[in-house]
Design a protein around this ligand. Structure first.
Ligand SMILES: NC(=O)c1ccc[n+]([C@@H]2O[C@H](COP(=O)([O-])OP(=O)(O)OC[C@H]3O[C@@H](n4cnc5c(N)ncnc54)[C@H](OP(=O)(O)O)[C@@H]3O)[C@@H](O)[C@H]2O)c1
Length: 261
């Protein structure tokens, strides 16, 4: 199967890295700055082609350009899109819905996905919706080395974008703050970052592997009059949970605007 990539920035390249783990896929790579596509070809294999060649030859085409470039790119490829009607197009653009894409892909073989950057190391959380349910097994097969993949209704994709698409940035901010706190408390920066990141992984695994609500797990680490509750109260005082909820809401508002620019 020929898997094409148009746009190989942070996200397009992360998906290409995940997809390349399956050796039977032949990667067709295109990027505005060709050097980036050549670098990826060196590490992942495949061929560097033009957008037009990918549109007319690939079976699966990931569109990894910025949201405001999606429609101009599709407009410029109308002839090639018509010449390759069985191709399945996958957009990862925040805020651009299936209806907007259908105007440019008449076959309507369309998937809208929302990945996050951990797909590059097989730990992604990708949500997707599609025009035709028959495409789902093939899509999940192509994405199988990327991490977790979950189909949702299209009306939920913007929310998934704000939470899981933007979420890694919020989590990195949290790890950075924890690591600074560790340094202030006397740990080395390296140990501190390691402890913070692994604590996050372990706690997240506890949430995923137990039936317990996160609030219950939190209660189980807070002994009466102890040090953990002192820290929990300090976070409450600073509005920690509200700050997180507000961050996701702001990201959601911005996501909805992106599709209308
Ligand atoms: N980053 C994330 O965490 C994330 C998460 C979920 C979804 N997304 C979505 O992923 C898409 C890409 O985001 P990104 O963060 O990866 O942006 P990015 O790093 O800026 O990547 C965009 C890439 O597209 C290339 N490009 C621009 N115009 C092109 C054209 N006409 N033909 C071929 N390639 C072209 C750019 O090349 P040059 O740099 O050479 O111009 C660049 O490499 C967006 O639609 C975004 O909404 C991103």
């Amino acid at each position: 199967m020929k898997i094409g990539f148009i746009g190989l920035g942070n996200m397009g390249a992360a998906i290409a890295q995940a997809v390349a783990k399956e050796e039977s896929y032949h990667l067709l790579l295109s990027n505005h700055g060709e050097e980036r596509a050549r670098e990826l070809q060196t590490s992942l294999g495949g061929e560097v082609l033009s957008n037009a060649e990918i549109a007319s030859q690939a079976d699966f085409i990931f569109l990894g350009v910025k949201p405001n470039s999606v429609i101009p790119v599709l407009e410029s490829l109308q002839e090639e899109i018509a010449s390759n009607p069985t191709a399945i197009w996958i957009s990862m653009a925040a805020g651009i819905d299936l209806k907007q894409l259908m105007d440019y892909i008449p076959s309507q073989q369309l998937i809208r996905m929302m990945p996050n950057t951990p797909v590059a190391i097989g730990q992604g959380m990708t949500t997707y919706c599609l025009t035709n349910q028959a495409l789902a097994p093939l899509f999940e097969q192509v994405m199988q080395s990327s991490g977790h993949v979950k189909q949702v209704a299209e009306r939920q994709i913007d929310a998934a974008t704000a939470l899981a698409g933007c979420g890694p940035a919020f989590v990195y901010q949290f790890i950075e703050a924890m690591a600074d706190a560790g340094v202030q408390a006397g740990l080395s920066a390296q140990d501190s970052t390691y402890l913070a990141a692994q604590t996050l992984i372990g706690s997240a695994q506890m949430v995923l592997s137990s039936e317990k609500h996160p609030a219950q797990l939190r209660q189980e680490v807070t002994s009466p009059g102890g040090s953990t509750i002192a820290g929990v109260v300090a976070l409450e005082k600073k509005g920690f949970r509200y700050a997180v909820i507000d961050a996701v809401q702001k990201a959601l508002k911005r996501t909805k605007k992106l599709g209308k620019q």
